[in-house]
Design a protein around this ligand. Structure first.
Ligand SMILES: [Fe+2]
Ligand SMILES: [Fe+2]
Length: 258
């Protein structure tokens, strides 16, 4: 099974870049399934019905999210209705939505999981034990993809080695900056610390630098604006064998100018 996973899609520029690159990538890489992180699709903060529908219409099969999942109020209801969107599984019990979903891929099933880190982030439930419990529940499923949405490199690497051989792929999102460490771990899990985003290059994590620098200089609230410039496109292509072990992970990076 070949999986194309697109990093955090940031606002309108990000959605435009997905629209631009996805048809070409389908021809070039022939993925069996396309996934994307959608936590920043609505103006950089959160996910809405319209922005999600836009991705599904482009042929994205399922969306993961992260800490920004609830930034748009409508997501609270929407995530309960839409099985193709997952939010981190380790939010407290009773949180709307779901932490994992099954996607039919040809004659197989891909289980898509989202989990969030706790270092320099909200104190959610333990992602390590949360994954242990989930994998028990998922016993019998061969192909499992995990989007680990976390700030700290070390926490993502720890989850990578903790789950090595137990999931097909574990890829990082959230920092919006791609890392150069994509590889298959010793027991067969495809891994990268962060895929990076699909969003404006002349930005700080997607936002225009001016207001963010002001926030640092004054320690006061400043409204953020969309970043500018060419749009970075960051994704990975992962090959998974029939037994659920990954055989390769490859970066797919491009730039949309004009
Ligand atoms: Fe993000
Ligand atoms: Fe995030």
């Amino acid at each position: 099974m070949r999986i194309l996973f697109i990093g955090d899609v940031y606002g309108k520029p990000g959605r435009k870049a997905v629209r631009h690159f996805l048809p070409r990538l389908r021809e070039e890489h022939r993925p069996d399934v396309v996934l994307a992180n959608g936590e920043n699709m609505a103006g950089g903060a959160g996910i809405t019905r319209d922005t999600a529908r836009e991705m599904f219409d482009l042929g994205v099969d399922a969306l993961t999210t992260g800490n920004h999942v609830w930034d748009q109020r409508e997501a609270i209801e929407y995530l309960d209705e839409e099985p193709r969107i997952v939010r981190p599984l380790n939010w407290p019990p009773g949180t709307p939505g779901r932490g994992w979903t099954d996607v039919a891929v040809n004659s197989a099933t891909l289980t898509v999981v989202n989990v969030q880190g706790r270092v320099f982030m909200k104190s959610l439930d333990d992602p390590f034990r949360g994954m242990d419990a989930l994998l028990k529940e998922l016993a019998g499923r061969e192909t499992i993809f995990v989007d680990v949405h976390a700030e700290a490199t070390g926490e993502k690497q720890a989850l990578g080695f903790y789950l090595d051989g137990r999931v097909s792929a574990l890829v990082g999102t959230h920092t919006h900056v791609p890392t150069a460490d994509a590889r298959v771990l010793p027991k067969g899990t495809a891994y990268i610390t962060d895929v990076g985003m699909v969003g404006p290059r002349d930005s700080i994590i997607g936002s225009d630098p001016t207001a963010i620098i002001e926030r640092y200089l004054t320690q006061m609230y400043r409204r953020l604006e969309m970043g500018r410039g060419p749009v970075m496109f960051n994704a990975v292509v992962i090959d998974v064998a029939a037994d659920g072990h990954a055989t390769s992970i490859q970066l797919v990076q491009d730039l949309l100018t004009g």
